[in-house]
Design a protein around this ligand. Structure first.
Ligand SMILES: C[S@@+](CC[C@H](N)C(=O)[O-])C[C@H]1O[C@@H](n2cnc3c(N)ncnc32)[C@H](O)[C@@H]1O
Length: 265
């Protein structure tokens, strides 16, 4: 059953999400436009593709088809922010769905950013590491035209169920979740190649992130895009980002807020 709203929603959770919703630009927009210009100067197919994705992002226009879907996702997010249901979270603890949603889901600004990137890239098979309650997968799935799909990996079955409910409520039928830890699910899922887009948003530790990039880069199709969240989260993540953006198989890279983008050769 979809979680219904309760009267005990902590107003701070809404405030937190709403505040993040207003942070999208203009500082980030300026940097995005500048990076797009530099990518063009660099020349080549992948820098050009990435430049176009950044320009789409800077324009921040959601299509008429996607807008009602994203509105329904945000309405579902608001319902989750009122949910007092407790689910397993972070090893041996339980936590309210409201708090998990507020703390771990991409805020509207970051989710919209991913939506624009995916809308520009148009992958046919997108993979996400870290589903949580399904918000970012929904934004990305809504950006893919035609028969493209999003597969998302999540350790906690209760969160995976919340995600499936959110997608159903938003009318999204091109997303699926695979339950289990990345150590068990990533390799077999990647073996269902080809993937042409991977968003890494779970287990934000430097060495793990480098490992996921290595695994993803080996399994994705030529010209795939990798997106990494929280590249400035810690010294370890900053070091990982500096390392992965210099990989031989990276044709072009960009940073949008706390998200790093790697366009592979
Ligand atoms: C930051 S949240 C993802 C948020 C989601 N992408 C969104 O924006 O809507 C990270 C998720 O990854 C999951 N996760 C973290 N480490 C994991 C691992 N090793 N295996 C599987 N799932 C993991 C967590 O349970 C959590 O739900």
């Amino acid at each position: 059953m979809w979680q219904t709203a309760t009267a005990r929603t902590p107003p701070l959770l809404f405030a937190r999400v709403e505040l993040k919703a207003r942070l999208l630009l203009p500082g980030i927009r300026r940097s995005v436009v500048e990076q797009a210009r530099e990518l063009r100067e660099q020349g080549g197919t992948q820098p050009e593709r990435l430049a176009r994705a950044l320009e789409r992002l800077a324009a921040d226009r959601v299509s008429d088809e996607a807008r009602p879907v994203l509105d329904r996702v945000e309405s579902a997010r608001r319902a989750l922010l009122r949910s007092a249901e407790r689910v397993p979270w972070a090893e041996d603890t339980t936590q309210s769905v409201a708090l998990i949603c507020a703390r771990a889901s991409q805020p509207p600004s970051g989710a919209r950013l991913l939506h624009h990137v995916v809308a520009a890239w148009q992958p046919t098979r997108a993979l996400e590491l870290g589903t949580c309650v399904g918000v970012s997968a929904a934004y990305q799935a809504a950006a893919i035209a035609g028969s493209g799909t999003v597969t998302s990996l999540e350790a906690y079955p209760a969160l995976a169920r919340q995600a499936e409910q959110l997608w159903e409520r938003a009318g999204i039928d091109n997303a699926r979740v695979v339950v289990g830890r990345f150590a068990e699910t990533l390799a077999p899922t990647l073996s269902e190649a080809p993937w042409d887009y991977v968003f890494i948003d779970g287990n934000h530790q430097g060495p793990a992130t480098e490992r996921y990039v290595e695994q993803a880069a080996r399994a994705t199709a030529a010209g795939a895009l990798l997106a990494l969240d929280d590249i400035d989260y810690s010294d370890g993540m900053r070091a990982a980002w500096q390392s992965v953006r210099r990989r031989q198989d990276v044709a072009a890279s960009a940073v949008v807020g706390k998200i790093g983008l790697l366009a592979l050769r």
